[in-house]
Ligand binder design. Structure first.
Ligand SMILES: [Zn+2]
Length: 341
């Protein structure tokens, strides 16, 4: 239960009085003008409303307080963090997301953290056997980990270079991909962290040998699963296609806004007739442009084609140049029965 005095004090604190002066200008004395001339003259330019002062509830658009506004206003505010969207996803198992969350806060019981907590042990990275086990070494710099990152980064055609774990994760989260590829990238990060941690634990507690091939299979499987559970679509980019191909995925292309059938139909079924499909375009008005044409017979058989760069032309000029060149080439090769399209 909350006492009524508390509620009253709370509501009062949330009200912001609008202080409106009855006059249309400020009344500041001479001493103030001499001591703070800048503020004085700046204030003179500020017009003052003559509307009566009112109390406004700042959490509502209308300025009116309701029970709903009071309830939500009384709830404690949470820190505004952005990392949650990198960890919690519907298509990643919560146990995997939790592991990455613990890693983000450096709360995983790696041997360096255990030493900081007061445990006395000889730290040794079980995966490579060359260095002491720190969080950064285990998840980034260990040969085992760096091989996994390299293979996955190659699949995503990206690179992450840094000196410590936090920078590494920040860089990895900030890499720019299309929305669909971005989700797969996050899923692969989580899978890498998960498989490194499990390989390390299996080695320490069960004496299982760390197998990099198995780890890669797990990562690839996780990315495929994320692809099937997410409802994103790929962008029409070669990079997206190559990444999806690297993971053996079939991309889901976006729906076309408008589908226009383009069907080539032959000219009249007479051997003497030719058809030329032609076009011209310009980047600006005027700007660099170009024109081209493709000559086909009625069977159809390609007889020839051309493309020409044009300088400083409008679009209609490029179209006209295309037609002129069509006729010139047709005349040159004695194709006197020409259908222009
Ligand atoms: Zn190592």
């Amino acid at each position: 239960m909350v006492s009524s005095s508390y509620v009253f004090a709370f509501l009062l604190a949330r009200y912001v009085p609008h202080l409106n002066r009855p006059a249309a200008s400020w009344c500041l004395n001479e001493e103030f003008r001499l001591r703070f001339p800048d503020i004085y003259f700046r204030n003179e330019k500020v017009s003052i409303s003559l509307i009566k002062d009112t109390l406004v509830w700042r959490e509502s658009k209308e300025g009116v307080v309701t029970c709903k506004h009071a309830y939500f206003g009384s709830l404690s505010t949470h820190p505004d963090v952005t990392w949650w969207k990198f960890f919690w996803m519907s298509f990643v198992a919560p146990s995997i997301s939790t592991l990455l969350w613990l890693l983000w806060y450096n709360h995983l019981p790696t041997e360096d953290n255990l030493c900081k907590a007061g445990f006395s042990l000889t730290s040794w990275c079980g995966l490579c056997g060359n260095f002491m086990e720190t969080t950064s070494h285990l998840f980034i710099f260990c040969d085992y980990a760096s091989t996994l990152w390299k293979v996955v980064c190659r699949a995503f055609n990206c690179n992450v270079l840094t000196a410590n774990l936090m920078d590494f994760l920040c860089q990895a989260f900030e890499l720019s991909f299309s929305p669909h590829l971005g989700l797969l990238w996050l899923a692969s990060i989580q899978a890498i962290v998960w498989t490194i941690w499990n390989s390390r634990n299996g080695l320490i507690f069960y004496n299982w040998g760390a197998n990099i091939h198995k780890s890669l299979v797990f990562i690839w499987h996780s990315v495929r699963e994320a692809n099937s559970l997410s409802n994103g679509v790929m962008e029409n980019k070669v990079d997206d296609l190559l990444t999806l191909k690297a993971f053996g995925l079939v991309g889901c292309p976006p729906k076309a806004h408008c589908i226009i059938p383009v069907i080539w139909s032959p000219p009249l079924p007479l051997p003497r007739w030719f058809k030329v499909n032609t076009d011209g375009a310009s980047l600006g008005a005027p700007s660099d442009g170009g024109c081209g044409g493709v000559f086909m017979t009625c069977w159809p058989f390609l007889k020839g084609c051309f493309s020409i760069l044009l300088k400083h032309v409008f679009a209609f000029e490029a179209e006209l140049w295309a037609v002129i060149h069509d006729i010139e080439y047709a005349w040159k090769f004695n194709w006197h029965h020409l259908l222009l399209e």
